[in-house]
Design a protein around this ligand. Structure first.
Ligand code: SF4
Length: 349
């Protein structure tokens, strides 16, 4: 069922102080890429992620030292921490004890019912949700020969059943595939039948350019359907790029009003100015700006003024100088070397 905004209504849960699902804003998350036990490195990475706009951070927990590190990391940060665990329920218990705000673990991967019961009890005691994270590599190969969308959904339902039988419903679900049509179909199928909040992502999306394209299509298609409560853009590379991409996806869909949205022309034979260099400089200098502003940079005065005048602030560049627009009106003529400083002055006003 969807609400009046077209967004599918899901149950709401909390990861730390961040609401997920229901009418909560779609949150942005990422995962650190350094060893969790290297606390200074993790803290530095978390700081960069938070500055870029990350709201939830996931840490890989491959061993006990990493689980124990959560306590020290929590002492130094305020961002909610998700402990990502495969198979070993003791690491899950240790992570909960150390202060993790949520777990990513698939209960069907635990050895027996006693381990699942212990896990559910610990989560319940501390009010901690569990993300069931299914991806194409983790489906039951004895039942499905190919990681189809149906197989992903079926696998998620199996894990969910284990928790529901213990009357545990603080569940979030992801159904990731590196094949975008499969991932989109899996989330759509799941959203038809269950109302648990959904964590969207394309897994193993590759390095920057490919990852951006795949994630924008996959995550974007679902968000346009009203499906999805929290997103992670996976990129092989700098984690901060994940956050920048996630913010751009949400802003492009009108789901967030924050940051600088650049309207720039593709340039052509008429350009009077290096538009690309100017836009790159502006983006670099404004990447941590939280307020929403549409900034236009147009390479000539043929189409430039029309486009620039629709932005909150903008320039159209002519042969001898540029025109600065604000809220649809020309406010002054400036020289070409004043373009960046004039726009920055308006942005930081
Ligand atoms: S604004 Fe001017 S320079 Fe830019 S693409 Fe349009 S006509 Fe070409």
């Amino acid at each position: 069922m969807s609400d009046q905004t077209g967004r599918r209504k899901t149950r709401q849960l909390y990861i730390g102080n961040v609401p997920i699902g229901g009418d909560a804003p779609i949150s942005i998350q990422s995962m650190t890429s350094c060893p969790t036990k290297n606390i200074p490195l993790v803290l530095a990475e978390i700081k960069r992620l938070e500055e870029a706009g990350c709201e939830i951070v996931r840490l890989g927990i491959p061993d006990e030292e990493s689980a124990r590190a959560i306590r020290l990391i929590k002492n130094e940060t305020r961002i909610p921490i998700v402990a990502d665990i495969h198979f070993d329920y003791r690491l899950a218990l240790e992570s909960i004890e150390a202060g993790a705000d949520a777990l990513r673990i698939n209960p069907g991967n635990l050895r027996n019912k006693e381990q699942v019961q212990a896990l559910v009890k610990a989560c319940r005691d501390k009010n901690i949700p569990i993300r069931i994270g299914v991806n194409s590599g983790s489906i039951d190969k004895t039942r499905f020969s190919h990681p189809t969308a149906e197989a992903l959904v079926d696998s998620a339902l199996e894990h969910i059943k284990i928790l529901e039988e213990l009357e545990f419903f603080e569940i979030k679900v992801s159904l990731k595939s590196s094949h975008v049509p499969t991932m989109v179909r899996a989330y759509r199928l799941f959203a038809e039948i269950r109302d648990y909040p959904l964590h969207l992502g394309v897994t193993e999306a590759g390095t920057y350019e490919q990852a951006i394209v795949k994630s924008s299509i996959g995550i974007g298609a679902l968000l346009l359907d009203g499906i999805g409560d929290t997103i992670r853009v996976s990129i092989t590379g700098d984690v901060v790029k994940e956050i920048e991409a996630a913010r751009t996806i949400l802003r492009s869909l009108g789901l967030r009003k924050e940051g600088i949205e650049i309207i720039s022309c593709p340039t052509c034979a008429r350009k009077e100015f290096d538009v690309e260099a100017a836009v790159n400089e502006l983006l670099e200098k404004t990447k941590h700006v939280k307020k929403y502003l549409k900034v236009a940079v147009m390479g000539c005065v043929v189409n430039g003024p029309g486009e620039a005048s629709e932005a909150d602030v903008g320039v159209a560049v002519g042969k001898t100088g540029a025109v600065l627009f604000k809220n649809g009106k020309v406010i002054k003529n400036i020289s070409k070397d004043q373009i960046i400083s004039a726009l920055l002055e308006e942005i930081f006003q």
